[in-house]
Ligand binder design. Sequence first.
Ligand code: BTN
Length: 245
Amino acid sequence: TGFILDVRKTVTSTNTIAKEMAANGAKEGTVIIATHQTEGRGRMGRTFYSPASTGIYMSLILRPKLSLEDSLLITTGAAVAVAKAIEELTHREVQIKWVNDLFMDGKKVCGILTEASLNVENGGLEYAVVGIGINVSTKDFPDDIKEVAGSIFTDKPKDQPVTSMLAAYVLNNLAETINNLTDKSYMEDYKKRSFLLGKNINVLKGDKILKAIALDIDDRARLIVEYPDSTKEALTSGEVSIRID
Ligand code: BTN
């Protein structure tokens, strides 16, 4: 299956548009890609800063044969696809912060938001929308994110061809990983870029903050942590946020 590209300028949120289209029967492989979002969304109800022309904002509609439990694999698969695309283009290192954030030189340059709709009859996924936001050359971030957010290119403004090439690399890699989500062969690629593994972390769970060590990421993309009392837990990203200690 190939991609069907729906290229736009300013939109509210490509994820919102893609979800509407998916609910109305849009085909798997449909990609909404925009140059600017006025209501870009992140995980946990946060906003995703999406200024005009300095980033890539895209959402891909999938109709995967996955259970809800395995839908985390969509996010990890997309993270590997984007990380490799950036590395291929820049020859620089990209790190992944479980589960959906990409970092370069200590700054977050990409976020991924997967939103899935459940088929109530068979318990599988009706559709999933994987939204990818990449800061290509954004310079001035709002105060509340300027400590963490960064861009791939910080030195000089990037021309449109570089941005378009990156989008093409991302789609090319997505086509490959998305077809192989269940064989999990990309999980090693994910883990070797993960900068949480082996680190002391804080697990933010509701209003609790728990100290832990990040031990591993399992083949369902859950983060395995060990608490100071030696108990272990497999975390899914919906329920927690992680901070480096
Ligand atoms: C996060 O950092 O928590 C995830 C950010 C995801 C942003 C992308 S940009 C394209 C798509 N449309 C949205 O509204 N969000 C995603």
